[in-house]
Write a protein that binds this ligand. Structure first.
Ligand SMILES: CC(C)(COP(=O)(O)OP(=O)(O)OC[C@H]1O[C@@H](n2cnc3c(N)ncnc32)[C@H](O)[C@@H]1OP(=O)(O)O)[C@@H](O)C(=O)NCCC(=O)NCCS
Length: 187
């Protein structure tokens, strides 16, 4: 695998950039919200050492070894952390999976939809991805809405295919966006 060149993206009022050491506290605080462990694969309980590991070890390693591209989504003016969007499991033949969460105080403003759209657009560019997969526990309607707004198509349901909430195996929706799909409508 070739490294993925660490990149910064500007999308309206959002600035997306690789994680920096000083993000540890904000990641730790955001992930105390029960909705994030409920629907994602983060460790539960989520301790400061988990945030440290994510920010300072896992995500720089993924950029360096070309297997992932993990972005902090911050307010372009205030630099306040709003969300996390990452491409993981990048393969040499152009597959990846997208994952995201939004800090509780920033939800309901279209931030996740805008950031996921921007990361997908970027992924089909320089890193040359062909298919980005989206997976979510069945019932995660907010995530489904975000994925659809970002141009993903729901493909089906996989049985007992996702482990969320720190160890609960659940059915999951799977969908994708292809590099050949039309871009989603703006807004
Ligand atoms: C999913 C999540 C990232 C959405 O973040 P967000 O910034 O609020 O998303 P957006 O504002 O871009 O869009 C949310 C959409 O979902 C809708 N929505 C929110 N909660 C909903 C619910 N319970 N049922 C149906 N739709 C819902 C909103 O109305 C909005 O749609 P609209 O723009 O048509 O009004 C956020 O809720 C989150 O972090 N959840 C916990 C972690 C998670 O589930 N991550 C995804 C794992 S696959």
């Amino acid at each position: 695998m070739r490294p993925v060149e660490p990149t910064e993206i500007t999308a309206g009022r959002l600035h997306l950039r690789p994680w920096r050491t000083y993000d540890v506290e904000a990641v730790y605080q955001a992930c105390q919200d029960p909705e994030i462990p409920r629907w994602t694969r983060i460790p539960t309980p989520y301790e400061r050492r988990h945030a440290e590991d994510f920010v300072t070890r896992q995500t720089p390693a993924a950029w360096a070894n070309g297997t992932g591209a993990f972005f902090a989504v911050v307010d372009a003016t205030s630099e306040v952390l709003l969300a996390s969007v990452g491409l993981m499991g990048i393969t040499p033949v152009g597959d990846a999976e997208i994952g995201y969460w939004c800090a509780p105080a920033a939800r309901g403003r279209g931030i996740a939809s805008q950031a996921v759209t921007a990361v997908a657009r970027w992924g089909f560019g320089a890193p040359g991805l062909t298919r980005i997969e989206w997976r979510a526990a069945v019932g995660n309607l907010a995530s489904l809405r975000v994925a659809r707004k970002a141009g993903f198509t729901l493909e089906g349901t996989q049985r007992s295919a996702l482990v969320v909430g720190g160890g609960q195996r659940v059915d999951c929706w799977v969908g994708s966006r292809l590099s050949t799909d039309p871009p989603p409508p703006p807004g």
